[in-house]
Design a protein around this ligand. Structure first.
Ligand SMILES: [Fe+2]
Ligand SMILES: [Fe+2]
Length: 274
């Protein structure tokens, strides 16, 4: 993400050594390749940078703006890795949810600002799981009410960890990722539009990944069955987001978003989707 700098005099340059980089703003999308370069200074709106293949580039700036953001990311990323050491699931899960949530929002024609907020909040939505005791996180059997209570607190912990780094709005999106439209979610039990749109999109991406991933306590469903299951729950999930997800499944685009996931059921599915 390239965001407007606090200091208008900052000038930044990018030179691409290998791979392709896609720059997206509200107005246009530009694809750049090997040996392309660009400079930016005093930008007014956020520009998203994304890539479908690994990219190597040289970044030069007149002021070390990048370092602060990089530090925020590495602090939270360390915590995600710690949770992942306990349950071997969270890191991949967070990456999947981020990919799914961004693709859903693009399909819904959401603004770049919403996509930008999703990129940050989805990536760290479960970071608060680092406070859940190991024996609960790793338990294969049904949780006791007391253990469930510990799980229900993770969005609050995620909010507390994210807020000092990314601010109140991102923190609130993270806080609300387990809320449901009919008020049956947690931790606040809020309803419908009280839940930020970004949180409703993450809820769909999050549940979709949980349904399609092999875990000690469930057998995974294939992508088509998973999306049908979500379509059957309009009281819980935002149907605009679920319909956008269905388009990704029907077109097969979904497979590009979860490449390295060993536990996902894909065998024979790609055939069905064509
Ligand atoms: Fe969660
Ligand atoms: Fe999650």
């Amino acid at each position: 993400m390239l965001t407007p700098a606090e200091d208008a005099d900052v000038c930044e340059h990018v030179y691409i050594i290998e791979g392709d980089l896609i720059l997206e703003s509200e107005k246009e999308t530009v694809k750049l390749g090997k040996n392309d370069f660009f400079s930016f200074s005093n930008i007014k709106n956020t520009i998203l940078m994304r890539c479908n293949v690994p990219v190597t580039f040289i970044y030069v700036t007149s002021k070390p703006m990048f370092n602060r953001v990089k530090m925020y990311f590495s602090n939270l990323d360390e915590l995600i890795k710690k949770v992942d050491e306990k349950d071997h699931y969270t890191k991949t899960h967070c990456e999947h949810v981020t990919n799914y949530a961004i693709a859903i929002s693009r399909n819904m024609k959401c603004s770049t600002s919403i996509v930008e907020k999703l990129a940050l909040s989805a990536l760290f939505h479960d970071v608060g799981k680092c406070y859940i005791p190991d024996h609960i996180l790793q338990k294969p059997d049904k949780l006791t009410p007391e253990e469930s209570k510990a799980i229900y607190k993770h969005p609050i912990h995620s909010k507390e960890l994210v807020e000092p780094n990314f601010g109140e709005e991102i923190a609130n999106i993270v806080l609300c990722h387990h809320e449901r439209l009919n008020g049956s979610g947690y931790p606040q039990g809020i309803f419908g539009d009280q839940i930020p749109l970004e949180s409703r999109i993450i809820a769909v991406a999050d549940s979709f990944d949980a349904i399609t991933t092999k875990r000690p306590y469930n057998s995974p469903k294939n992508f088509k069955d998973a999306v049908e299951e979500l379509l059957g729950m309009p009281d819980l999930y935002d149907m605009r987001a679920v319909r956008a997800l269905k388009k990704l499944v029907d077109s097969g685009e979904i497979y590009k978003l979860c490449n390295n996931h060993v536990n996902i059921i894909t065998s024979g599915e790609e055939e069905d989707n064509k």
